[in-house]
Design a protein around this ligand. Structure first.
Ligand SMILES: CC(C)(COP(=O)(O)OP(=O)(O)OC[C@H]1O[C@@H](n2cnc3c(N)ncnc32)[C@H](O)[C@@H]1OP(=O)(O)O)[C@@H](O)C(=O)NCCC(=O)NCCS
Length: 262
């Protein structure tokens, strides 16, 4: 008789405990971010965008703090921009579903508005766990068509990245529709296929992809490259040299969009 040591079981239990502890820690990071009153407070220069004929203000609010006019406009703009794209793939469009998503109490809004009151665009985002990892998930980025291609979308995504990484999110994540040519915008601003993006199987093409940008501040030093705007300037040159060495001469540490295989 006696007692056999069950090393495998022990290892499994330990791994499970570690995973649970990690998720609990991630949840605390998410909760803390959701308790912010104004995520833009630390980036006052990002409260204004004045470029290419656009002069507007930016603010970040929870859905509940938006006025009714802004709430209605956000839904209406999303419908105008997206309904036909959803309907031309297997997703289909439902007013009810989209409203529910936009009104979720976890929803944060970045709003671009001119001083004459004209609403130009918005991003809907959430601090959340995604596959057990703390992320800023961008649910929507919608601009009025008259204001496309003037750099505002890029500026708004920069704000989301600053806010995400300042608050220790590990990535900014978003879902794009493959049939939406505007999705190329995200590849142009260096979003890469995320490891959680589904792979097409033989009989079914998924209509969407998941893209992300990682918080390089949280990567091990060996994986940081000069693409990281958030690291101290003094590190940049050394990291660039190392990145070029590690990646066979490419200054950017990651694969080109579209060349990422899992
Ligand atoms: C996608 C969207 C938010 C982009 O915002 P934007 O302000 O027009 O984009 P920017 O001017 O900041 O573009 C930055 C760069 O991205 C690239 N880009 C932007 N739109 C693009 C498009 N439709 N196709 C390919 N590349 C694009 C370009 O390289 C551009 O730089 P350039 O104008 O100097 O060439 C905007 O087009 C939009 O609201 N579209 C409708 C809604 C939508 O499809 N949203 C995305 C899915 S949720």
């Amino acid at each position: 008789m006696g007692r056999k040591s069950n090393t495998k079981g022990k290892e499994k239990r330990l791994a499970r405990k570690e995973e649970q502890a990690r998720i609990a820690a991630s949840l605390i990071v998410v909760k803390k971010a959701n308790e912010l009153t104004d995520p833009l407070e630390q980036f006052p220069i990002f409260r204004k965008y004045n470029n290419s004929g656009i002069d507007c203000n930016l603010c970040i609010k929870k859905f509940g703090s938006l006025d009714d006019n802004t709430k209605m406009w956000a839904f209406d703009l999303t419908k105008r921009n997206m309904q036909h794209k959803y309907e031309s793939c297997s997703w289909g469009w439902s007013d009810g579903k989209k409203l529910e998503e936009l009104q979720d109490e976890a929803a944060w809004y970045l709003i671009a508005q001119r001083s004459d009151g004209k609403l130009l665009g918005f991003a809907h985002f959430r601090f959340d766990l995604d596959e057990g990892i703390e992320v800023l998930y961008c649910y929507e980025l919608q601009l009025e068509s008259h204001f496309h291609r003037k750099g505002l979308g890029k500026f708004m995504m920069q704000i989301l990245e600053l806010v995400a990484f300042k608050n220790n999110m590990k990535k900014v994540v978003l879902t794009i529709l493959k049939n939406n040519s505007d999705s190329n915008f995200f590849k142009a601003i260096n979003y890469q296929l995320d490891e959680s993006s589904p792979m097409d199987d033989e009989d079914e093409d998924t209509p969407y992809e998941i893209l992300s940008k990682v918080n390089k501040k949280l990567l091990p030093q060996s994986q940081q490259t000069n693409g990281n705007q958030l690291q101290p300037v003094s590190n940049n040159r050394a990291n660039l040299m190392k990145a070029m060495h590690d990646h066979g001469g490419h200054a950017h540490g990651h694969c080109c969009p579209g060349h990422h295989h899992h």
